[in-house]
Design a protein around this ligand. Structure first.
Ligand SMILES: N[C@@H](CCC(=O)N[C@@H](CS)C(=O)NCC(=O)O)C(=O)O
Length: 226
């Protein structure tokens, strides 16, 4: 059996996506969490400085999409990426939408809302000395508004972000009323990518109840393994 180590932040939607993919592939793995000030060590794992990072038998892979592709190459059973070209194209569109659009809704909800920020700090500082919580709060409050401003959604008010998310949820509910999975006929990286983002919104945001109020969306989140 290969030796796998997942370097992660437990509240990262991209790490959530990879935990789901590893569970689906039925692969055993170790976890290294980078809570509190250990985050500084995480940024040195790669040039990108992001998590997840997966060590696969000594090979270091950065970026959740790269990791998912590697898992399919090494373990083709239970594919994450569909073989059929149209389903594959759709899976990649959904994966990209989750990373480039939905993720920024997720961090707006989490990092610009005081209650959600406290929940996020509980998660990311678990097991660490209490003084690190105050430092991490400063780091998160400095870093994420800049990221949100650079992406564009930083200018949107909380009410506008809620409206955008509700429009997406309504759309997903229609789509999931007509099909079981987002891309093709089978579970794929599309489902893991989008569910992981919504899952993290449910975990800490004011929109948790609203997300779960969409029956088709909630049922699909529940049937997506992870
Ligand atoms: N494209 C990357 C994005 C990963 C990412 O942005 N991870 C965030 C945590 S949710 C991160 O590491 N942020 C730290 C930073 O940007 O400094 C992937 O799919 O893995």
């Amino acid at each position: 059996m290969p030796k796998l180590v997942l370097h992660q932040w437990v509240m990262s939607p991209f790490c959530n996506k990879i935990r789901r993919a590893l569970a689906y592939k039925q692969l055993a793995y170790e976890v290294k969490n980078y809570n509190g000030l250990e985050a500084r060590a995480a940024s040195k794992l790669s040039v990108a400085g992001t998590l997840p990072v997966l060590d696969y038998d000594g090979e270091r892979v950065v970026d959740s999409s790269e990791i998912a592709e590697l898992l399919d190459r090494k373990h083709p059973e239970r594919p994450l990426y569909p073989k059929e070209p149209e389903a594959l194209a759709m899976a990649r569109f959904w994966e990209d939408w989750a990373a480039q659009s939905l993720y920024f809704v997720e961090i707006h909800l989490r990092m610009l809302d005081p209650d959600a920020m406290e929940k996020a700090l509980d998660l990311v500082c678990e097991g660490r000395p209490s003084f690190e919580r105050a430092l991490m709060k400063l780091v998160l409050k400095r870093r994420y508004p800049k990221k949100l401003a650079a992406q564009g959604i930083g200018k949107a008010s909380p009410a506008e972000v809620d409206r955008r998310l509700v429009a997406h949820l309504a759309g997903l509910d229609v789509i999931l009323g007509r099909r079981e999975w987002l891309a093709g006929d089978a579970l794929s990286i599309a489902d893991f990518s989008v569910v992981a983002q919504l899952d993290e919104m449910v975990r800490t945001s004011r929109m948790a109840g609203r997300i779960r109020s969409y029956a088709k969306v909630a049922a699909w989140m529940d049937r997506t393994p992870g």
